[in-house]
Design a protein around this ligand. Structure first.
Ligand SMILES: CC(C)(COP(=O)(O)OP(=O)(O)OC[C@H]1O[C@@H](n2cnc3c(N)ncnc32)[C@H](O)[C@@H]1OP(=O)(O)O)[C@@H](O)C(=O)NCCC(=O)NCCS
Length: 238
């Protein structure tokens, strides 16, 4: 049995539900799907996990075995480029990081992005905001999500990690830090991936610099769009 399978069985039995009743509550037609999930032979999608956590009031992170939140950011830090969580000590400085005026149309302010983390948490969307430091000074911001982020995104994108935000403060750009941060970020996402098949990112097609660093790090353009933005994917199966 898998750990997740064990947990799901525990939720079902503690609610005194039969396999069929439990299957019905989650919208599965057959009870055999639940048997397979409990035995660890079938995967449960992230959106089903969200549903399950909401119906049975289970913390989503607990359900996912804390695998998706316990990111040891320090492990992925380099001498000149450190990843740190956002906390009371750096929140204000991260909010103050800004891009050039001509780049503002490409990325929301960090203040707005951090506000969105609150919203995402209320709807069960996984979110990990990260501050990028250089020589102990915050110089950039990245935000990873997984789950519902808006109506214009299809199912497969909801079940895979998204790099929803990425910015390097204007005065620190063009020094190779964005590329390096992205490379390390891919390693972080790989380390927390369970059944995901890709990482995705979207950007305005005219944002040639961002597209350059994404493609340079192995992302490929798709024919899909998130609103007006083209989606690029990084294949995790390689
Ligand atoms: C996109 C961004 C994160 C890149 O970070 P950065 O630290 O400036 O990037 P780097 O210095 O690591 O790399 C820049 C690369 O782009 C190339 N580049 C610079 N200007 C470019 C342009 N106009 N078009 C294409 N490539 C460009 C550089 O030559 C370099 O590539 P190389 O190392 O292969 O020569 C940063 O510029 C930024 O914050 N931009 C504003 C916000 C934004 O657009 N975020 C992405 C939203 S999807």
């Amino acid at each position: 049995m898998s750990k997740l399978g064990d947990k799901i069985k525990e939720i079902r039995t503690s609610n005194n539900l039969t396999l069929q009743e439990f299957a019905d509550s989650l919208g599965y037609t057959s009870k055999s799907t639940i048997t397979k999930i409990e035995k660890g032979n079938n995967d449960i999608t992230f959106s089903q996990m969200i549903k399950l956590s909401q119906i049975y009031s289970i913390d989503l992170n607990e359900l996912a075995d804390n695998k998706i939140i316990n990111v040891d950011l320090l492990k992925y830090s380099l001498p000149n480029l450190e990843f740190r969580e956002i906390n009371k000590d750096n929140f204000y400085n991260v909010c103050m990081l800004d891009v050039n005026s001509e780049d503002k149309e490409f990325v929301a302010s960090n203040e707005m992005s951090l506000t969105k983390t609150y919203l995402f948490k209320t709807i069960g969307t996984y979110v990990l905001p990260i501050a990028i430091y250089r020589n102990r000074v915050p110089i950039g911001f990245i935000m990873i999500t997984k789950g519902y982020i808006g109506d214009n995104i299809k199912g497969e994108y909801i079940n895979n990690y998204c790099i929803l935000r990425m910015m390097i403060e204007a005065k620190h750009q063009n020094k190779g830090l964005g590329k390096l941060a992205l490379k390390q970020l891919i390693e972080i996402i790989k380390s927390i991936s369970i059944n995901e098949s890709f990482i995705w990112i979207s950007t305005e097609e005219k944002n040639s610099k961002a597209i350059h660093i994404y493609e340079d790090n192995g992302f490929k353009k798709t024919n899909d769009y998130c609103g007006e933005e083209i989606i690029l994917k990084y294949d995790l199966s390689k």
